[in-house]
Design a protein around this ligand. Structure first.
Ligand code: LMR
Length: 331
C-alpha cells in the first residue's frame, strides 16, 4: 500500500501538482519502421521529452515496425482515433490528397537543405492544408532521406538497365509507379512490412529506399546490386488526430509543440548521420555491389524521367511544381 502511494507521488505535473491517474493522457504513436531509424529514434525521444516535461501526465506509447497498424491501416486508425499519432512517408498521403505526390517527383531536390527551405515555407503550408477536413492536424516534417535503388538482377547504370524488372513502390503514389514505367520497368505497391519477404521470395526484383531502411530491414542481404542515385526524397509528416488535439489542455499542447520543434531539428541531423553510417555498414557487409551514379548517368535518368514532370502538371497539385522550381531558384 505504502509502495503504491509512494509510486503515485513521484508523478508530478509541470506546476508540481500530482498527476491523477484518471487524468493521464495516453498518446499511441504508431509507425512502420525499425526503432534504430531516424523516425524510430525521434519517436522515442519525443515520447521521453513529453513525458518528462509533463511530469508523467502525458504518456507517449511508441509502436514501431507496423506492430500496431501497418501501411494502408495507419491513416484510418489515426482518423478514427484508434491511434493519436503517426508519421507516414508523404507518398502515402496520396490516397487523401494527391498533391503530396509532388514530393515523389524524381530529382526534384538536390539536398536536404533544399527540401527544408521549400517545405518549411509556403509550399509546406499548402500541403498541410490539404489534410484539413480529414480530422488530421499536422505537427511537423521529418526527414528520412534520399532514395537509392536496389535490385537482385544487375547493376542499374543507365535507364535501359531497368527494362523488364519489377519494383516495389510505396502505397498510394501513382507518380512512383509512373517513374518505373518510364524506365521500362513495372511497379507494385506494397506495404513496407511486406517488402523484405517480397524481395527475398523474388515476387519483386527491386525497390527504392533510404540507406537507413535498406540497412535496418536487411534489404541489402537479398539485393546484391545498389545504385547510389539519390533520385528522390522520402520525408515524413508527423500527424495527430485533430479532435484529440483540440481536446488537449492548452498547456499540454504547448509542451508537445515545443518538444516536437526540438525533436524535429534533432531528427533531421540524425537522419543524415544514420544514412551515412548505414551506408558504411552496407558497404562493409561485402554483400552488395555498389555503383555510384555519375553526372552523365544522372543526366540520362533525368531525361528518361522528364515526361513525368509534364504529366504531374496536369494532376491535382500540378501548380505546386512550378512553385517549387521557383522557390529553388531563389535559394
Ligand atoms: C517505405 O514504405 O519504404 C517507407 O516509407 C517506410 C518509412 O516509413 O520510412
Amino acid at each position: 500500500m505504502l509502495a503504491l502511494l509512494l509510486a503515485g507521488c513521484d508523478r508530478r505535473g509541470p506546476d508540481g501538482e500530482q498527476v491523477n491517474p484518471r487524468e493521464k493522457i495516453i498518446i499511441k504513436f504508431s509507425h512502420v519502421v525499425a526503432d534504430d531509424t531516424p523516425k524510430g529514434q525521434a519517436a522515442r525521444r519525443f515520447a521521453r521529452l513529453v513525458e518528462e516535461r509533463t511530469g508523467g501526465r502525458v504518456e507517449v506509447q511508441v509502436f514501431p515496425n507496423s506492430t500496431l497498424y501497418k501501411d494502408g491501416e495507419e491513416l484510418d486508425a489515426l482518423m478514427d482515433g484508434r491511434v493519436q499519432m503517426i508519421a507516414p512517408s508523404t507518398s502515402k498521403l496520396g490516397s487523401l490528397a494527391p498533391q503530396w505526390q509532388l514530393l515523389d517527383l524524381p530529382y526534384l531536390f538536390e539536398s536536404e537543405e533544399e527540401v527544408h527551405r521549400v517545405l518549411d515555407g509556403e509550399i509546406g503550408r499548402k500541403l498541410f492544408a490539404t489534410l484539413e477536413g480529414y480530422n488530421i492536424h499536422t505537427l511537423a516534417f521529418w526527414d528520412n532521406g534520399f532514395k537509392q535503388m536496389t535490385n537482385s538482377k544487375r547493376p542499374l547504370v543507365y535507364p535501359e538497365d531497368f527494362r523488364g524488372l519489377t519494383f516495389r513502390v510505396m502505397i498510394n503514389s501513382r507518380v512512383l509507379e509512373e517513374q518505373f514505367r518510364l524506365l521500362g520497368a513495372s511497379a507494385v505497391q506494397l506495404p513496407f512490412n511486406d517488402v523484405y519477404q517480397a524481395l527475398a521470395g523474388g515476387q519483386v526484383d527491386g525497390q527504392e529506399n533510404t540507406m537507413s531502411n535498406i540497412y535496418s530491414q536487411r534489404f541489402y542481404q537479398v539485393q546484391p546490386y545498389l545504385t547510389v542515385s539519390n533520385h528522390g526524397f522520402i520525408g515524413y509528416v508527423v500527424l495527430t488526430n485533430a479532435g484529440f488535439w483540440q481536446s488537449l489542455p492548452p498547456d499540454v499542447r504547448r509542451v508537445i509543440e515545443e518538444a516536437m520543434a526540438e525533436v524535429t531539428a534533432w531528427e533531421r541531423e540524425q537522419a543524415a548521420h544514420l544514412n551515412e553510417e548505414n551506408f558504411k555498414q552496407v558497404k562493409e557487409s561485402g554483400q552488395v555491389k555498389i555503383h555510384v551514379q555519375t553526372a552523365e548517368e544522372k543526366a540520362r535518368w533525368k531525361e528518361a524521367l522528364a515526361p513525368l514532370y509534364q504529366k504531374f502538371r496536369g494532376m491535382p497539385g500540378g501548380e505546386l511544381l512550378d512553385e517549387v522550381l521557383k522557390a529553388k531558384r531563389a535559394l
